[in-house]
Design a protein around this ligand. Structure first.
Ligand code: TYM
Length: 332
């Protein structure tokens, strides 16, 4: 039986963190067994902020190494770099004709970026969701494992696909966001304000490259209070977030034990954070060590990415030919 097609990507804009792992990569690793998976490093998407050319390669290779260190097997999935598959940019151009300025301007991530970098509100930033749709539709993906923050981009990808279908005919299926356990997730930052992120909240974000002591320091600084004074009180947001993080890395009985302690007003947040820190250290350490080892093996990463690009281009070429033909670009 033909396996369902899966696509997802991660921008090469910084070190990966627990948000990327639990929002996206944990699903990638599980999906590689049963789906036809295409995972890529979104280097073109990183150009919206004009990174220094001399940093690009190291960033791309590190994200690839981090993906493999988290458990992706390049023999089971197609792992490649976005810019190695030029068909993506051709489809991006085609889909731009299906995307309207008004709807692009309304996207919250665009508005936020435009606010944060008022001197660089470029067209690439505006059409970011179109490039993302091209990434997905180029392989005709039906499932896209992502975190909650990408939900709206996925909705736009479906809109562009549907508009293309009503104008020209069916080339693209509708891609749906995916997470094992149904709901897309948002991994909160340790300071109780917002989510873990590559560029914001860096002191409240646990990176997969963080050393043990850095993790301990960050976790111990997480906001807590004196503890509840009444049994079964409502949990403040910042404590709920700590429990959410515990759910991700700690054993169930450990989480249950601290929940009971909260409900009976016997909780000691210092102990809870120490436990959370140790479980995070144990979770991150093997990934960090494996990433370093892989990142030092440039020849291996090159081989994996080149082979990945070749495989990705076979699928991408077939889609582009179909799209060209249905649009009417078949002159000879
Ligand atoms: P990026 O690079 O910001 O993030 C990569 C993946 O990690 C997820 N993620 C999170 N999930 C839960 N909690 C968090 N705190 C958290 N932070 C990040 C993101 O949802 C994402 O799944 N536009 C995309 C990259 C991209 C892409 C695509 C994704 C380009 N083309 C096509 C899917 C399909 C991005 O910036 O992700």
């Amino acid at each position: 039986m033909k396996k369902e097609i899966v696509v997802s990507g991660i921008r090469s804009t910084g070190y990966l963190h627990l948000g990327n792992y639990f929002g996206a990569m944990r699903n990638y690793v599980k999906m590689q067994e049963d789906y036809d998976c295409y995972f890529f490093v979104a280097d073109y998407h990183s150009l919206t902020t004009h990174p220094d050319p001399k940093d690009l390669k190291a960033n791309v290779f590190r994200v690839a190494a981090e993906n493999i260190a988290c458990g992706l097997d390049p023999n089971k999935v197609t792992l490649y770099v976005q810019s190695d598959v030029p068909e993506v940019t051709e489809l991006y151009l085609m889909l731009n004709m299906m995307a309207y300025k008004g709807e692009l301007e309304k996207v919250p991530t665009f508005k936020e970026k435009a606010r944060n970098q008022p001197d660089n509100v470029n067209a690439g930033l505006l059409t970011y969701p179109v490039l993302m749709a091209a990434d997905i539709l180029i392989h005709k993906a039906v499932k896209v494992p992502v975190g909650k923050d990408q939900e709206q981009h996925l909705e736009m990808a479906r809109n562009f696909a549907n508009r293309f279908t009503s104008r020209y005919g069916e080339v693209f299926p509708e891609p749906m966001p995916f997470n094992f356990g149904n709901q897309l997730i948002k991994v909160p930052s340790l300071d109780g304000a917002g989510k873990m992120s590559k560029s914001e909240n860096v002191n409240a974000t646990i990176f997969l490259a963080d050393e043990d002591d850095v993790i301990r320091k960050k976790v111990m600084k997480a906001k807590t209070d004196q503890g509840p004074t009444e049994h079964n009180s409502e949990m403040p947001d910042y404590i709920q977030n700590l429990f959410l993080l515990m759910d991700l890395v700690c054993a169930q009985e450990t989480v249950d034990q601290y929940k009971t302690a909260f409900n009976t007003c016997t909780i000691r947040y210092g102990d809870m954070k120490k436990q959370l820190a140790e479980d995070m250290v144990n979770f991150v350490r093997p990934i960090r060590e494996k990433t370093i080892e892989l990142h030092n093996n440039e020849a291996l990463l090159q081989k994996i990415l080149k082979e990945g690009a070749e495989k990705a281009r076979v699928s991408a070429r077939a889609t582009i030919e179909e799209a060209r033909k249905i649009i009417g670009i078949n002159y000879y």
